[in-house]
Each structure stands twice: as structure tokens, then as C-alpha cells.
Design a protein around this ligand. Sequence first.
Ligand SMILES: [Fe+2]
Length: 383
Amino acid sequence: MTSSPLAPLADDATVIARVLDHIDHRTTDLADAAWREPSENYRSPERFAAEMNGVLRREPVGFCPSAALAEPGSFVAREAAGTPVIAVRGRDGVARAFLNVCSHRGAQVACASTGCAKAFVCPYHGWTYGLDGALRGIPHGDGFPGLDRSTSGLPPLDATERGGVVFVSQGPAPAATVAEIDQLPPLIPERFRFVKVDQLDVAANWKIAVEGFLEGYHIRATHPDTFYPIQYDNLNVIERFGRHDRVTFPYQNIEALRTVEVTERSAEGRLTYVYHLFPNVIVATLPGRMVMVVLEPLTVASTRFVTYSLSDHHDGSPAADDTLRDEESFAARGAAQDRAVIRSIQRSLAANPREFFEFGLFEGAIGHFHRELAAAIDGRAGA
Ligand SMILES: [Fe+2]
């Protein structure tokens, strides 16, 4: 874990120029070396526990987009690495996070996955908590004469908002990882509003799910009728920033920019940026919209895809919902193809006789992910 400044990401014009150069030379960004990841790391319950306890339950992890906490009282509640968490925007505009656990008998006080509340009222006995987590009310409070209300609020977690993403650490997080979050570049522009969240459970290890987003080497074989006709096979710009990566997937219509002045070139609709926020969050730009996908590990062999949809033109109307569905349908077919592959990898995992998965020079962002994950588990510095 390095505490030096994060490498800056290239601007759109530079990325576009690198893409056009790759098109001209039939090349793609290459890693310095291949990576071998032990197959056992996808199967082992001990390794899974180390990933949960050593990283996901300790470090700052992307929880939801800031846009999902649009106004005071807006909240997101879900389990993160098996822990029930609420993130909520306070009346002072600050995003905070708490354990979603009533101090009385432990029921979850926020029941919906998203919403807007003036207070959190436990559905069991009605204990009530403010947006700051403080215990505000106990029905028939005279039944608890010895209770110290000042220490009976919702247990707080560390929350940080950066680049349009709310990060939560169940901590205590290493100082260097917190410092790295503070340096993240803008990820989700403010004009993007939260539209909805979807959840889908997939029978595959979470790292297999992450890997599916991080290379374009599979575009032709996996997506012959969806992404391949409009993108490129094996043509990506890959940038590393700290423990994170940005992988650029260009569309063939980027060719039209050749005749546009370099300073006038816009990436909108010409390429998709896939940001991998270590360890399990993907933020992607799509034509007219963005998604933040949290690949939430459930077990060593299953993962919940929590997808937050964001739009810069959705006005909340039914017509806008129809438009969004149209916009989604294309990428949804491609995503289903990816899930079919990752399920198939999982099904063969127990029988797979190979000691390693070999990630080639086109798959450098995956090797980087595994190297950083191993370092984080070991608590090593300077991975
Ligand atoms: Fe894919």
C-alpha cells in the first residue's frame, strides 16, 4: 500500500488518441507480465474468510453512489460483507454510516433497500433513531430505568464521500487506505441522478465476477452479437491509479473523431470507462447513463450484483422509465452473456485440475487486482 500520490488518469482527448493509435496498429495495452492466480484462492473457505475479515470488513469499500443519498434523510441499506449497514445523508448534508442494528433487540431499523426517512423506527418495538444515529425515543421508556441513551444509538461506521461515491469502512481501516480514498479522482459527475437499484445473485465467486469487467479480450468470443458488432475485440486502454484501474472499452464510432479537432473531441458515446474501485466495485460510463455495481460476496461460491443506475436525463416520469429500459436492454444482453461465463467457471472450479489460472498480457488489470488483494490480506505495504 503506497501513500504516494495517485497516478492521474488521462484526459478524454489522450485516451481517444491512444485508442485511435491502437486501431491503426492493431494493438492494445499490455501488462509487463502475465499473472498466475492459484485456483485454490477461488475455492478455499479460509481464503474467502481472509478476504472478508482482512479487507472487505476492514477497509473503505464503495457502498453506494452519493446520488443515492440525494437529500437529507435519503438512505441506502444493505449488507456489506455480511454486515447490515445503513448509509444516510444527515440534515447537515454529511453522509454517515451505521450498523443497521437496533440497540434493543437487534432488529434491522431500516427495512427498505433505499428510501427517505425523517428517522429510523425499529419495526419490532418502535425504538427511534435520528439521522445522526442517536437514540431519540423509546416507547414506554420508563421500562428501561438503567439505560444510558447517550451510548445506545446506532453503532457508527466510518463513511467518506469522494468522487461521487460513498465509501464505508467497518474498520479500523489502515491509514494508508483511507488516504488513498481521499485522493480518488471524480468518478460520477454531479449531473447524474440516482434512478434505481437492482440486485441479482449469481452462483460464482466474487473475484470471477470482478474479472469479467476488467478485460476486452473476451469481446468477440463472449459477445458476438451484442458488444462485438459495435466495439472492438481486445482493444483497451488500461490505466492504474493506486490499487484501482480504469479500463477503456471504445466503440467503433470513435473513428468519427479522427476528423474532429483534438481539443473538440468528446468521449461521450464513443467509449465506456470501467473503473474498478478496489476491491469489489465497478463504476461504468454508458451512453447516457452510468452504473455503479457492487459485487457483494455472499459465500465463497456466490455473489450479489448490486447495481445502482444513474442517469443525467431521467426525470422520474414513466416515459423516462421506458427510455431507460430501452437504454438498458442492449447492455443487459451483454451482461447476461458475462454471467453465463462466470457461472460456468464456477461450476467447473471444483473439478478444474489446473493449479493456476493464467492471465495473459491483455489481462493486466486482473493481475493488478489479485496482487493488491494478496497484499491487502497480508497487510503488506508497497504492493
Ligand atoms: Fe463481457
